[in-house]
Design a protein around this ligand. Structure first.
Ligand SMILES: *Cc1c(COP(=O)(O)O)cnc(C)c1O
Length: 380
């Protein structure tokens, strides 16, 4: 890992004036708020995609310290990063697997997702060859059509799993396609299908593996989907999965993104700003330059819409957002080199991840997960 990504480097080290500040207390509070809501149900923090941009190793360790019994990620590489950071609790890799990766999972004591009979049998065979017992969660597709055994043929996967001698089916899960909207009829249909698949165990008087299906949206809106464990991701970081969800749990954002003014100038009318010369002022204005761009994950598509806070006041970003810099029109106010610029965060006047998502025409998920690793992260 390059030095610039090392979270231990102080934000005052002079390396870069731009940084992400992660308030770990907020994440603690969000985790506890979710726990309080789901009661006896276990909470598996989902920390894929660099913990939604917040830094996977630090967040993983923080979750372990908070007493999370397990973690979930998308890819085996993410799980290995966590193991290398010293995290010992079980880690479920939610994504699809390729046969050649199975030894890697087993070597690092990771929990695998078996999304077909073929993959299940590959896991069993590899575990036998390596002389270990693999830990597996069965993935059922109840209406997402992404990965998993279709609910209508899932019985054969469950049957097959009973015959495997070198793996333990620790869990069985599915995933909602539409839990983040106000019309929950499709989510309820998926839930019904999942319950039908699960009746396999009851009919055979077998104990249930850990049953789980709820993402953040379902944690907020569908208590009947909690089962034995829930899998919240974005909510841990204090961001709601959509504008439509019922905010039944109070959460607070953990991330602030700041930079500093690196250049000040006066721009005359008739002198357009930035690539394409698309924006110009009709009067003399003061314009400052901020050393952040789409190469950091500050989306170019926010051009013409984005705003930032300087000294607590909102100002428009003008001209096209470049790869490493953008310009801000401060009208005739003053701002000096080194003054703080808030891209996300703020106190009374505040810019939310949701605002950036609106300006970029995307979701908060995409904003958070695109904040590049070249932006140093600092933790409180
Ligand atoms: C990403 C993901 C989650 C968490 O989703 P959020 O909407 O961030 O809560 C849960 N389960 C699976 C399978 C996922 O891929």
């Amino acid at each position: 890992m390059s030095k610039i990504n090392n979270p231990t480097i102080s934000v005052n080290s002079g390396l870069r004036p731009s940084y992400i500040h992660v308030n770990l207390d907020r994440i603690t509070d969000n985790f506890h708020a979710i726990r309080a809501k789901v009661g006896d149900t276990d909470v598996m923090p989902i920390i894929k995609a660099n913990a939604y941009g917040h830094g996977i190793e630090v967040i993983g360790k923080h979750m372990e310290k908070l007493g999370a019994k397990n973690l979930g990620v998308a890819f085996v590489e993410e799980a290995i990063l966590l193991r290398e950071a010293g995290i010992r609790i079980p880690i479920l890799v939610l994504g699809g697997i390729l046969g050649g990766q199975i030894p890697l999972y087993l070597h690092h004591d990771l929990t695998l997702t078996a999304s077909s009979i073929e993959k299940l049998e590959q896991i069993d065979k590899t575990a036998e060859e390596m002389g270990v017992i693999a830990k597996v969660h069965l993935k059922i597709d109840t209406g997402m059509e992404r990965i998993g055994m279709h609910y209508y043929s899932a019985e054969s996967l469950l049957e097959a799993s009973l015959k495997c001698k070198h793996l333990i089916v620790e869990g069985i899960f599915s995933h909602f396609a539409n839990a983040d909207v106000s019309d929950l009829s499709h989510a309820r249909l998926q839930l019904e299908r999942f319950n039908e698949v699960l009746s396999f165990y009851e009919k055979r008087s077998l104990p249930y593996p850990i049953r789980h299906i709820a993402n953040s949206a379902a944690v907020l809106q569908l208590p009947e989907s909690y089962f034995d464990m829930v899998r919240p991701g974005i909510m841990l970081f204090g961001v709601y999965p959509s504008n439509e969800v019922k905010k039944t749990i109070e959460i607070k954002p953990a991330l602030t993104w700041k930079s500093r003014v690196v250049f000040f100038k006066v721009v005359k009318p008739g002198h357009p700003v930035s690539y394409g010369s698309e924006w110009q002022s009709d009067k003399m204005v003061r314009v400052v330059t901020v050393p952040v761009g789409f190469g950091d994950g500050y989306f170019r598509s926010m051009t013409g819409k984005a705003e930032v806070l300087i000294n607590g006041k909102r100002y428009p970003v003008v001209g096209r957002i470049c790869m490493d810099q953008f310009m801000v029109n401060i009208d005739w106010d003053s701002a000096y080199n080194g003054d703080e610029v808030v891209l996300v965060g703020g106190d009374e006047e505040c810019i939310c991840v949701e605002d950036l998502a609106d300006w970029a025409g995307t979701t908060p998920y995409e904003i958070l997960t695109n904040i590049n690793t070249r932006v140093p992260r600092a933790y409180k």
